[in-house]
Design a protein. Structure first.
Length: 257
């Protein structure tokens, strides 16, 4: 056996662990449906580097991880969309096609390169009706997950997704969807991210032509002020063993002689 040999399985495990550790250092991003489209919410103190961007008329992009790596993916997606929209028809550019493109690129890099990309990506497409909306989450190895209603990614993705599941409901107004997203992104007992350090955008199906719109400043603050706080998660039912014992009917003292 040559010195320094590692089995293909071990190499793949090492690559996956390396990518997960890099992604875990990034702040979580939430993408969820609301009554009129899809909203993206990300804590982001930087004004120069965006985690959320427009890809095409109806398609948005969000990512966590190393900025230079997911920025290359974003630019590649824009080139793909522009070329296909110009060559064929604008309606031929879809979120599914873009997700497949990213899945192929991420999978090839993960398999063939020494270092995998430290990124996780969401591609979302708004349709003419809520049923036609699509949210695709892609991991560093090219796996694609067709999410329904909401998606979370980043360092605390599992905990954020759990809080989303407890509070999310279909056809929420935009203000309530923002409140749910911020509640999910905030650790229990922790302080919320200031509005000035939030990056928020929507794909609004009611807008003409380009559906993507960033929400900033006074408009974002007004929406958050209008929000109805989400109900607390339902209390867990006590286990059968935890129920207090009840006395037999004949042992109950009802005060009668």
């Amino acid at each position: 056996m040559p010195f320094g040999y590692a089995s293909p399985e071990q190499i793949m495990r090492d690559k996956a662990d390396y990518a997960r550790k890099g992604i875990a250092r990034g702040r979580s991003v939430v993408v969820l449906q609301y009554a009129d489209g899809i909203v993206f919410v990300a804590p982001n103190p930087s004004r120069a580097l965006h985690k959320i961007s427009e890809i095409y008329d109806r398609i948005g992009f969000a990512a966590v991880g190393r900025y230079n790596e997911f920025e290359e993916l974003r630019l590649g997606g824009i080139r793909y969309a522009d070329i296909n929209g110009y060559t064929y028809d604008r309606s031929d550019v879809t979120g599914r096609g873009l997700a497949n493109l990213y899945a192929s690129s991420l999978g090839r890099i993960f398999t063939e390169s020494i270092k995998s990309l430290e990124v996780e990506v969401v591609v979302a497409e708004v349709g003419d009706t809520p049923e036609a909306d699509a949210i695709y989450r892609l991991t560093f190895d090219g796996s694609v997950f067709d999410e329904h209603g909401y998606a979370a990614m980043g360092g605390q993705a599992d905990a954020v997704a759990t809080r989303l599941k407890e509070r999310y409901r279909e056809s929420m107004p935009l203000a309530d969807a923002l409140e749910v997203a911020l509640t999910a992104l905030t650790e229990p007992g922790g302080e919320r991210t200031p509005v000035a350090q939030l990056e928020v955008a929507v794909l609004d199906r009611n807008r003409e032509h380009r559906k993507f719109l960033r929400l900033t400043g006074a408009r974002l603050e007004r929406l958050l002020a209008e929000a109805t706080p989400p109900p607390p998660p339902p209390a867990e039912e006590p286990e059968a063993d935890d129920q207090p014992p009840t006395a037999p009917p004949g042992d109950i003292d009802d005060g009668s002689a």
